[in-house]
Each structure stands twice: as C-alpha cells, then as structure tokens.
Design a protein around this ligand. Structure first.
Ligand code: GDP
Ligand code: IMO
Ligand code: MG
Length: 428
C-alpha cells in the first residue's frame, strides 16, 4: 500500500496545492474527498500559475488519474469553466473521474448562500458564496441531487423540478428574493450532463483497485482542520470534514487504507472569513506578512488576515488528523523580520491552557503566550537542503516540531516546484 493524505492544518490556504503537485509527480492517483470549488489551490510551474478549484492538483501530470470523490459537492458550471481554463493553458484534462455519488450544486444553492449570508448581517460567516453549505444541507436533509440522478434524464427532471419549487418558495417567502427560472435550470443542467457524462464513474471501485494494485494514491485535502464542521471554529467553518478522517467517507475507503498523513502549515497563520484568531496581527506586522506572502484569496481575492504561528492550534490539528509529517510552507515570507513569535499556550483568565477550546466565547478571550525567537536576514529562496537554511530558521523550525510533536519532512521556500526542501521522502 502506498497512500498519503495531504491536509491543511490551519484555516486553509496553507499551500496544499503546491505540496499535492509536488507529490503528484510520483503518484498514480490523486483524490479529492470533500468541499468543492470553495477551494483555491495554486500551483506554480516555471512562470505559469494554475489556480485549481474542483479539479485535483494532480492534473498537471498527464498520466495521473484525478478523482473527484463522492464527498465533494460538484458544481458543473465551475467544473466546465475550469476544464476550459486548463485546456487554454495546454493542460490535458482527459484523466478525470467524477463520482456518481457526489452531490450537485445548483443555482439555488449559490443564491441561497448569498441570501443567507446577507440575512446573517453582522454575524455573517464570510463564505465563498459558491453554494457549498446549502448543497451539503440538502445532502444531509436527504433531498439532494447526485451525479447519478443527473445522468438519468427522467429521474433528474422529476427531482429537480420538485426541488426548484421548494427552493423558490423559501427564496421568496423567507428571504424576499427573486424566483429562479425552472425551465432554464433544467435545460442548462441537461446540457451539462451530456458534457460531464464521459467522466462519471464509480470512483470507489477505481480507488480500491488502485490501492490493492499497490499504486501510489494521494488524497488531496481542501480547506483546513480549523474549518471542519465538527472540530473547527464552529460556526465559522465550512460544511464538510477537511480532516484526514474525511477521506474515509468522502472517498469511500477504509481508515486502514491511509498510511501517511501530511499536515500542511504556513510558517505563520492566515485566515479568510470571520471568526476568532488568537495570534492575529491586525497591525504593521500583519501587513508585512500579507504583502510578502501575497496573502489575497485565490478564489475571492479577499485580503487574508495574518498572524504569528499558533502552536496550540497546529498541535490540535495534528492530533485530530493523526499527522505523521509536517510540511512547513512560505518560510521565505518571514525573512527580514527581526523577531519572530510562536504561540506556545493560551492564557484564559488566570490559567494557561494547551488545548484548543470548543467555545468561541472562550477562544475570543484567549491571549497568546509567545516564545520570542530571532529572525534571519539571509535570502532562503534558493536553499535546496535543510542544512543550507540559516541557523535561526532551523531553530524556528525545530521549535515548531517540538511544540506540535510531529517531524517536519518538507519545507517550502517559494511557490515554485524547485523551491521545495525534502528532509525525508513522503512516499516510501
Ligand atoms: P492551498 O489552498 O492550501 O492550496 O493554498 P493557496 O494556493 O490558496 O495559497 C498558498 C499560496 O502560497 C499560493 O499563492 C502559492 O503559490 C503560495 N506558496 C506556496 N508555497 C509557498 C512558499 O513556500 N513561498 C511563497 N512565497 N509562496 C508559496
Ligand atoms: P483551500 O482549499 C480558506 C472558508 C471561507 C469561510 C468558510 C465557509 O483553498 O484551503 P464556504 O464557502 O466553504 O461555506 O465558506 O470557510 N473557506 C476557506 N478558507 N481556504 C479554503 O480552501 C476555504 N474554503 C472555505 O472563507 O470562512
Ligand atoms: Mg487556497
């Protein structure tokens, strides 16, 4: 068996796309198991930038099979646009398989995402407005429409007609919005169905056979542990399970089929959207990190909130994911800062706590306890081995390793494939 899970161990945008692309070079299969096109995974090859959203980041290797698993919420419009963009960039998109069990995103999901956010007012979550939450709501309510339904015209028209009538009632009566045009949605989606049919498959079988045949399989996490619907900073989370366990349900494999779990983390912390952020630096330091790290969302272009590395949070993320290796990203962004700070505990009232609290009220009251470290001035973007890194950078990484309790196996010093230090091979 040769299976590796790559997950975000903060609030998303940790650089998973880069790590997946790097490991995809030696993978036979790359699989997404949850989320949808709320994800934005950037891969830089030479001077070309690829922004992947729903399509797995293994797509840049023409022989790699890219699976969109059953736990993903699938937006056909977004998918077809992404295919067009990739083809325009000269990328082959033949090797994609979409689970026949994945749920489909419809225009009413996107519209209701916007309407619900507006209705939340000051308490808005700051969603990506891609209809992710509303689609998962239908799935859990057991009224959702799956890819296998979309593939069967008769079943599809019957199900979607009922669903549009129900949604239009909610849109009009609860939110005071405008009714959506039923015929237009049906016609458009029947056209989508024809276009995606060739990709649809029972992906659980494809995956099982690949693992049994000893192929190298990479599970591509989207979002991050702190955005998990159960274990994240609820309600400021996404509506799925971005942790390693999410792949057992979201890709349809047994937990014993996952060997290595790579936790991807930035050398600092960022978050888009609302919710408490203990180590946030809403000041000059945060601005410096934002500019140096180009911390603006791949999907929405929103400026990301920036702060120091939060050891309490990453230790928690590491525990709930069963992380066996860390990949530290964007270390180059910290170059030039005189002093660096790592959060080693939270002060809550008169107590120092080491565990990430469930209550947002408590989390909001937590004060970071920092360890101060010296920064480095040397340019590290050309370093190709761990040994070449400045001493202070190594001390910084060692502190993270100790605090989180997992070995750092990869370090990234720039967005390009070549700017990757591998201390220990991930695929054995
Ligand atoms: P993902 O959602 O986890 O795949 O991460 P994103 O792609 O949304 O955001 C990470 C950003 O950091 C992208 O713009 C990457 O090109 C960039 N990036 C990744 N690794 C590095 C690195 O080591 N240094 C720098 N400067 N940028 C990086
Ligand atoms: P990648 O895979 C960062 C955040 C949104 C919002 C919350 C809910 O690129 O790391 P949603 O649209 O999912 O209902 O929004 O989750 N969010 C992300 N933040 N990176 C992502 O994906 C995200 N996907 C969702 O900003 O706060
Ligand atoms: Mg992203």
């Amino acid at each position: 068996m040769a299976t590796v899970v790559v997950v975000g161990a903060q609030w998303g945008d940790e650089g998973k796309g880069k790590v997946i692309d790097y490991l995809a070079a030696e993978s036979d299969v790359v699989v997404r198991g949850q989320g949808g096109n709320n994800a934005g995974h950037t891969v830089v090859v030479g001077d070309t930038k690829y922004a992947l959203r729903l399509i797995p980041s293994g797509i840049l290797y023409k022989d790699t099979v890219n699976i969109i698993g059953n736990g993903v919420v699938f937006d056909p419009e977004g998918f077809l646009k992404e295919i067009d963009t990739l083809q325009g960039q000269g990328v082959s998109t033949d090797n994609i398989k979409i689970s026949d069990r994945a749920h489909v995103i419809f225009p009413y999901h996107k519209y209701m995402d916007v309407l619900a956010e507006t209705a939340r007012g000051g308490e808005m979550i700051g969603t990506t407005k891609n209809g992710i939450g509303p689609c998962y709501m239908d799935k859990v309510e057991r009224s959702g429409i799956r890819i296998c339904d979309l593939m069967d015209k008769e079943i599809f028209v019957e199900k979607v007609s009922k669903q549009i009538d129900r949604k239009n009632e909610i849109i009009e009566k609860i939110y005071g919005g405008e009714k959506l045009n039923k015929e237009e949605i049906i016609t458009t989606y029947l056209e989508y169905a024809q276009k995606i049919r060739k990709y649809v498959d029972d992906t659980t079988v494809v995956l099982y056979d690949a693992i049994k045949d000893g192929k190298k399989v990479l599970f591509e996490g989207a979002q991050g542990a702190l955005l998990d619907i159960d274990l994240g900073t609820y309600p400021y989370v996404t509506s799925s399970h971005p942790i390693s366990g999410g792949f057992t349900v979201g890709a349809g494999v047994g937990p014993n089929m996952i060997e290595e779990v790579v936790g991807v983390v930035k050398a600092y912390t960022t978050r888009v959207g609302k919710g408490p952020f203990v180590t946030e630096q809403d000041n000059e330091v945060g601005d410096k990190i934002r500019v140096a790290g180009n911390e603006f969302g791949t999907v929405t272009g929103r400026p990301r909130r920036c702060g120091w590395f939060d050891g309490v949070m990453v230790k928690y993320a590491s525990r709930i994911n069963g992380v066996t290796a860390l990949s530290i990203m964007l270390l180059d962004v910290l170059t030039g800062l005189d002093k660096l700070y790592i959060c080693t505990g939270y002060k809550l009232g008169d107590k120092i706590i080491q565990h990430f609290p469930a209550s947002l009220k408590d989390l909001g009251k937590c004060e970071p306890v920092y360890e101060e470290l010296d920064g480095w001035k040397e340019d590290i973007t050309e370093c190709t081995t761990y040994e070449e890194l400045p001493q202070n950078a190594k001390v910084y990484l060692q502190k993270i390793e100790e605090l989180v309790g997992a070995p750092i196996k990869m370090v990234s010093v720039g967005p390009k494939r070549s700017q990757t230090i591998v201390r220990e091979k991930i695929f054995k």
